[in-house]
Write a protein of this length. Structure first.
Length: 115
């Protein structure tokens, strides 16, 4: 199983970024996927999840109305569109898949929101 995130970077408050995660080594279309994030000095937290069919699962209240998760099962990718970014969104963002009760993680991509 391999998960590879991309798309992070530095953005000004109010800006947008789109993260992508490419999955391989498993039947991507069968599994729910999630995005987590970890800010410096804080625990990793769930941002938002998506079912295998594309329905929303859990979502952090802090990103409601700003972040949108989507997936393309034909391309084995899950994306996170982040709008109206705030400094408190600064974190390393991780893609996650739970397969047969085992959590798999990508290496993470840094998102920094600063003027």
């Amino acid at each position: 199983v391999q998960l590879v995130e991309s798309g992070g970077g530095l953005v000004q408050p109010g800006g947008s970024l789109r993260l992508s995660c490419a999955g391989s080594g498993f039947t991507f279309s069968r599994y729910a996927m999630s995005w987590y994030r970890q800010a410096p000095g804080k625990e990793r937290e769930l941002v938002v999840g998506i079912t295998s069919a594309g329905g929303l699962t859990n979502r952090a209240a802090s990103v409601k109305g700003r972040f949108l998760i989507s997936r393309d099962n034909a391309k084995n990718t899950v994306s996170l569109q982040m709008n109206s970014l705030k400094p408190e969104d600064t974190a390393v963002y991780f893609c996650q898949a739970r397969i047969n009760s085992v959590d798999y993680w990508g290496q993470g991509t840094q998102v920094s929101v600063s003027s």
